[in-house]
Design a protein around this ligand. Sequence first.
Ligand SMILES: Cc1ncc(COP(=O)(O)O)c(C=O)c1O
Length: 443
Amino acid sequence: MANPSNNSNPIWHPFALHPQEKLPQVIKAYGIWLELANGKKIMDCISSWWVNIHGHCHPEIIEAITNQAKSLDQIVFADFSHESADNLAQGLLEILPSNMAKLYFTDDGSTSVELALKLAYQYWQNIGLTAKTKFIGFSDGYHGDTVGAMSLGQSSIFTRKFNQLMFNIEIIDYPKIYFNDSKITPKNDTVLAQIKTLFEQKANEIAGIVIEPLIQGAGGMNMCSVSFLQDLAKLCKTYNVLLIYDEVLTGFGRTGDYFAATKSQTRPDLICLSKGITGGILPLAATVMSQAIFDTFDTVELTKRFFHGHSYTANPIACAAAVKSLELLKRNHGQFNNMENIHIDLYKRYLAPNIYIKNYRVCGCIAAFDLNTKLNLETDYGNNLSQLLKENLLAAGLLFRPLGNVVYIMTPYCITANELELIYNTLTTKINALFTSYAKLNK
Ligand SMILES: Cc1ncc(COP(=O)(O)O)c(C=O)c1O
């Protein structure tokens, strides 16, 4: 039923029902903390939509931004370059897999994926294999809200309304694994066999396969194994299909290594980067590619040129933030490298004994679990139970955004072990309280 809103709030917030009142205003952010106008302090347990990696308002990034803004604010990147873009490209290529050679800037995760799709598509056109036009994606994949990115994620509840606008893809199961899972190999084998069959039948039509490597974000913080990626990479090589990593979430330390590609020691053909690229302070994205892909565009032939660009491509202030963020990431390597061990220890102490949670999984700096209820993400997105949990956690000073029944922890890397312990402790207390009162209500 329609829910006509008679409030005068002019702002329409993403993914939200139009709020009846203005949402709370955040007036300050520092480290892992957000401060509201009413003085309340909240711990940012989701890195402000997964972008913030070094903590809010990091003084060194703020200084880099300020200095850049004083000298060069914005420039048309089709005709000029600038020092921050050059330094960023150099710094990124130093830590990306060694086959990555060229980098194309865009503005956000969705456009970095659009770009990868267009590059992959035109690559095959440029070399004359014009039938290779189809893409493969994974169940529960999420790659953004532009039409190409939505097409890849078309198994999701978010995109179903737009089915007629989107191009068709083949969808493969994501081989989900959990902590201490003993079924990793059989799960991988089943999915790899599915992919092999598809490649055997249709590789001459398939341009690329796009995956959120090691961790699928919005589809439920699902995780797959390193060995799955390694075998997938081998299949792509054998059947001449481009392997595209959407590392918009997994990039910049989230997996415990710089990238899922470096952690798995795989060499995709294209990698999409955004979110943590600037430390989570300004919007920026880049799609990185192998020399072989770039070479097919590097010609005077007009028909092979890549006609694509955005007004704010490689904005100097965003690039300056990214250069400094990369420097911090390299300097503080130990922080994100060690976080998985801390999560596992806390899981064993606080969550493992909790009967109301199941399917704990962890990869690097991201830990997730499912609430043990019969509700499911498909039909109950934003269901009452997780909504109540979100509200109770917020009242206790913790910012969470469950994805259906999935609760995840994804803090900036500067969080201390004690602060992380406080999160696990509060989570288990609030989950116990919620399930106990919910059970009473439903008797
Ligand atoms: C894996 C992945 N790709 C792409 C996107 C889209 O990024 P953006 O919201 O910056 O467009 C997201 C956003 O959550 C994501 O998690």
